[in-house]
Design a protein around this ligand. Structure first.
Ligand SMILES: Nc1ncnc2c1ncn2[C@@H]1O[C@H](COP(=O)(O)OP(=O)(O)OP(=O)(O)O)[C@@H](O)[C@H]1O
Ligand SMILES: [Mg+2]
Length: 309
């Protein structure tokens, strides 16, 4: 007997509240104060951004992650506005992951408290696993610890659920040979250029694909920033450039790319088409500050696709 999956995608990983301060004329010296009227508080973290991106494309999405008790209702309302289910949004023991982003016209700095995101591995192997198992595809937006991977990936594979991983810029995780079985077990690893270089030791995409094949990655691809993205299709490298945009802020472009790429996977699209869809959602997300404000809906995705490719 097969049960119809409840969700197209379950996204599991880190959730942050982002406090974004901008418009400062100068950087303060230690002990000084500077003031701005330009401030927004928004949902952040790769898991929240990719989940919202997929929901905006019309997919049935649930987000498995943790926030602090004070912020739970704010996140539940915010996610519901995008149409993301919150049955997997747990209250952790401590404060919500928090990032303070401060920018002048030329520079930006981040201050981060990881907070209850440290408990996401325990959530994924505990109460969260039953929710992950209700999806067609599970996307991990976190450095997937070895013990968590061991507990979670085999049951998902046995249920025929496809997986993807965007661990983010995690030099220690990428350099640790203990994570090699995880890299091999994931269906779609989604590194950017810097992460691919940490994995293979070379900055060159061709070298990455040679290395990725040698270590047994299933469907090698990589994101190339403003240059687009590349993937292996059989033994050929296919590449795609993003549509033309006026990029004002690339924060979260990688997470938005992941949403488009996974959306294409759900349609069993070809490697080239996955890259195209990822490049559209990634590039369009750069049009406005923040990760979420400018991600496209399904209609915009279609019209940009037809105009570009
Ligand atoms: N400046 C840009 N102009 C146009 N498209 C962009 C730009 N930056 C990123 N993109 C699009 O977003 C995709 C993902 O960007 P990138 O390779 O920077 O991912 P990332 O480094 O994982 O991002 P993040 O910093 O969010 O983790 C690219 O493949 C591209 O399609
Ligand atoms: Mg990234």
């Amino acid at each position: 007997m097969s049960i119809r999956p409840r969700y197209d995608v379950a996204v599991v990983g880190e959730i942050y509240v982002d406090h974004v301060f901008s418009g400062f004329p100068v950087w303060p010296q230690p002990g000084e104060e500077v003031v701005t009227d330009a401030y927004v508080r928004e949902m952040g973290g790769g898991a929240a951004a990719t989940a919202c991106g997929l929901a905006k494309l019309g997919r049935a999405v649930t987000l498995v992650g943790l926030v602090g008790s004070d912020d739970h209702d704010w996140f539940a309302r915010g996610l519901a506005r995008y149409g993301v289910a919150v049955d997997g949004l747990a209250i952790g023991d401590g404060a919500t992951g928090t990032t303070i982003s401060v920018s002048t016209a030329d520079d930006r700095s981040f201050f981060t408290h990881v907070g209850v995101n440290r408990q996401v591995g325990a959530l994924a192997t505990g109460a969260g696993l039953a929710i992950l198992a209700q999806a067609r595809h599970v996307h991990f937006a976190m450095p997937l610890a070895r013990d968590v991977a061991d507990a979670v990936l085999p049951p998902l594979a046995a249920a025929g659920i496809r997986t993807s991983l965007d661990m983010g810029y995690q030099p220690a995780w990428l350099a640790d040979p203990a994570n090699l079985p995880t890299l091999r077990a994931i269906d779609h690893l989604m590194p950017n250029e810097k992460e691919a270089e940490l994995l293979c030791g070379h900055a060159d995409p061709v070298a990455y694909f040679v290395h990725a094949t040698a270590i047994g990655l299933r469907h090698p691809m990589l994101k190339l920033g403003a240059r687009g993205a590349a993937a292996l299709e059989g033994d050929r490298i296919v590449t795609t450039a993003p549509p033309a945009v006026i990029a004002v802020d690339a924060t979260g472009a990688g997470d938005a790319f992941d949403a488009g790429f996974i959306d294409a996977l759900l349609d069993d699209a070809s490697p080239l088409q996955r890259l195209q869809r990822g490049c559209i959602t990634g590039a369009l997300s750069t049009r406005r500050p923040g990760a979420l404000a400018a991600i496209p809906d399904r209609n915009e995705l279609r019209s940009i696709h037809d105009r570009t490719y």
